[in-house]
Design a protein around this ligand. Structure first.
Ligand code: ADP
Ligand code: MG
Length: 699
């Protein structure tokens, strides 16, 4: 069983790691991911008891609270107000203490100064001290709280009371700013979550009733009023409707729909009231798929993220050991070298260096900014109508060299219509007879081609219908074996096909081995397929490729129109798969398909993209990215965001590590005062976090 638990008050990525490893130990927990940025626990578990244990354990962890459905999250803002207040009060006490230190002399002044410093220290540092104590009891050391407690207590023990206070003050200020920054990222993605309508107005026998979207069933008639969101996918019953699809595509334009048009859930009614009929239950609707994916996106971690997590795990203890060495061995060596005698020389100075070193070593800039950058990247994509199932794919997409497309349903709209009939020379049947024969057979298929025949009436229904993926159909009608499909299918059945010149896709028909003719079916090119392919080229994609099961004639004409470089035709699904593997050798392969007959290629490609509305549930499951509104121009946008994300991640890694190393050297050498070390640490972290915000900017 799988579930996603929402939590709050998980304060840092390192705590998330710690909680995760605790939860992992629970019996019955198969897999668990704790996410700091999304504040979620993604859990797969064996039984109800395991789930309950996880909830109990998580609730006991620091301030973490599991929010189940009904409980509203405590206002993050209030928490911030309280933190600000503590910082301001502490700062006032600190300033008071410092003024006394410089202005007044005497025992009384000194006593007062200590009191002021103590008040300052406690008012800002008490949460840190408490969690350090709690963690020590549980045997969890080496987190940020621990580092700051050691550093500040150490400074105080060395007689630098003011500095100890300043360390705590700066650290808490940094934590607060970080929490605000992360919160704002979180909110920008949370806006997405508002896609879901709270209720839908169902009309039964003229009576209106409000129900939650989850309770809608297929066939329900729903009234959507001005300004309301479409609650679940369906078709329009009223004459016209104007929809604002900004939250699905990122484009601020209105979509005009007429009777029978598909309405995607999540879009807003920008016109008057209209009626619609539900065609998909809420859980299969666009909105619910989007929300699921956004929530689960963080589990597919990118390589740099995994690296950082591993890095932090070995790095912190290593640094602590080095600090202890610096505090113990360095003074010994100092004594040995200076006076040729084994004793501790300059102990206080070396301990200070060790403390400074400890403070600087905290890897928070990396640990926070890298996942945050990916998270912003995924959020930015989602806002533009592209769902990315994990940071890994963002990384992969950024490196795309070859873009391969499926033809039907991807480069074309997949709305086939019958455009003509080409009877065989000896004309055994009339056009209508041929059409109804095909319609009978196609009624058993879900291929886009089959949809061209839904309005064609037929008298005799088909039996023993079987589908030959990527080729066509066979069935028995009135006791005769009927074959419907492309040339490949006919060749494999040893039936020869009469050659005809046609710009359309030909669906050949044979009865008991005798060729009857072909139905021409047309499919419009997707509006901006050409723009999208050209834009991909601009984003550094070297080759564009079409993989199709259709005939060369039709494929070629589409390839020319769209501007595709290479076309591979008459491919069966597994041949597409092989072709994809071959293409992959030359560079990172992006594959875009509608999921009909191309699940195998999707598995082979480095990154598989599926069409959101046309795509089957299985295809969306198999793909790594989904274009919510089937808009191909979302692809180059995704590429741009992905590249930008990668660039910023690299910048952050290099910047943070370089700064860290520089400061660590200065700190260990005793050149940097402790408070400045904290200041630098907080500064680097904030700069890195702010840099990650750039992903979201439009340019
Ligand atoms: P594409 O690769 O263009 O997306 P498919 O792999 O789905 O197309 O199908 C390849 C070809 O197989 C189609 O162009 C069509 O000629 C034939 N075909 C597949 N399914 C059917 C069907 N249900 N009826 C008739 N022809 C079909
Ligand atoms: Mg297809």
């Amino acid at each position: 069983m799988k579930t996603v638990l929402k939590i709050e008050n998980l304060d840092c990525p390192v705590c998330a790691e710690a909680l995760q490893s605790e939860l992992q130990k629970i019996k019955g927990v198969v897999d668990v991911q704790v996410e700091y940025i999304t504040q979620t626990i993604t859990l797969s578990y064996e039984n109800e008891t395991a789930l309950q244990k996880v909830i109990v354990k998580a609730n006991k962890f620091e301030d973490v609270r599991v929010l189940d459905g009904g409980v509203p999250p405590t206002k993050r803002k209030n928490a911030h107000t309280k933190a600000w207040l503590c910082i301001v009060i502490a700062a006032l006490f600190f300033v008071g203490g410092t003024l006394l230190e410089y202005l007044a002399r005497g025992t009384l002044a000194e006593a007062l100064r200590y009191v002021l410093y103590a008040l300052a220290y406690l008012s800002v540092g008490y949460p840190v001290l408490i969690s350090t104590a709690k963690n020590l009891v549980k045997g969890r050391v080496f987190d940020e709280n621990f580092l700051m407690t050691v550093a500040s207590v150490g400074a105080i023990a060395l007689g630098e009371f003011g500095e100890g206070v300043l360390v705590m003050l700066l650290y808490q200020l940094g934590e607060l700013l970080q929490s605000i920054a992360v919160g704002s990222s979180r909110n920008s993605v949370a806006e997405l979550m508002e896609l879901k309508s709270e209720y839908a107005t169902v009309v039964v026998d003229g009576v209106q009733r409000l129900v939650p979207p989850e309770e809608l069933s297929v066939g329900d008639v729903v009234l959507v009023k001005a300004g309301e969101r479409v609650p679940a996918d369906g078709i329009l019953l009223s004459e016209i409707a104007a929809l604002d699809v900004k939250s699905l595509t990122g484009e601020a334009d209105l979509r005009m729909c007429k009777t029978g048009d598909e309405l995607l859930s999540g879009s807003i009614n920008a016109g008057g009231v209209y009626e619609m009929k539900i065609t998909r239950p809420y859980k299969d609707s666009a909105v619910s798929r989007i929300l699921d994916m956004v929530e689960n996106a963080s589990s597919g971690k990118a390589a740099p993220e995994k690296f950082i997590a591993k890095f932090a795990r070995i790095y912190t203890p290593a640094v602590c050991i080095f600090a202890v060495l610096l505090a113990v061995c360095a003074p010994l060596c100092n004594g040995l070298i200076a006076d040729n005698r084994l004793y501790f020389k300059n102990v206080a100075a070396w301990i200070r260096s060790a403390l400074t070193f400890l403070v600087i070593s905290c890897p928070c800039a990396l640990v926070i900014s890298v996942p945050l950058t990916y998270f912003s990247g995924i959020g930015t994509c989602a806002k533009q109508g592209i769902l990315v199932k994990g940071a890994t794919y963002l990384d992969v997409v950024a490196k795309t060299r070859i873009a391969a497309f499926d033809k039907t349903g991807t480069l074309t709209e997949g709305n086939f219509t019958v455009c003509g009939v080409r009877l065989a020379k000896h004309r055994p049947h009339s056009e209508n007879e041929l059409l109804s024969l095909v319609a009978a057979v196609e009624s058993g298929s879900s291929h886009p081609i089959a949809r061209a025949f839904v309005s064609v009436p037929f008298v005799h229904s088909a039996e023993n219908v079987s589908e030959h993926a990527g080729q066509g159909m066979s069935a028995t009608v009135c006791g005769k074996n009927v074959l419907v499909g492309n040339e490949t299918l006919f060749r494999s059945h040893g039936i020869s096909v009469e050659k005809v010149e046609s710009v359309y896709t030909l669906v050949h028909v044979a009865e008991d081995g005798e060729y009857l003719g072909a139905v021409e079916i047309g499919d419009k090119l997707r509006e901006n397929a050409k723009t999208a392919v050209a834009a991909l080229k601009q984003q550094g994609v070297l080759r564009s490729v079409m993989l199709t099961g259709d005939s060369a004639q039709r494929a070629q004409s589409i390839a020319e129109e769209v501007g595709i470089d290479e076309t591979y035709v008459q491919l069966l699904p597994d041949e597409k798969h092989l072709k994809a593997k071959e293409l992959k050798k030359a560079g990172v392969l992006l594959y875009v398909g509608d999921g009909i007959n191309d699940a195998p290629v999707m598995m082979a490609a480095d990154c598989a993209v599926s069409m959101g509305t046309l795509g089957s549930a299985a295809a969306i499951e198999a793909s790594d990215m989904v274009l919510i509104s089937d808009d191909l121009t979302a692809l180059p946008k995704a590429l741009r965001v992905a590249k930008k994300t990668r660039r910023i991640v690299l910048q952050n890694i290099i910047f943070s590590i370089a700064m860290k190393v520089a400061f660590m050297v200065l700190g260990a050498g005793g050149i940097l005062p402790l408070w400045l070390a904290v200041f630098a640490d907080v500064g680097v972290m904030l700069l890195a976090v702010c840099n990650s915000f750039r992903v979201r900017s439009k340019k």
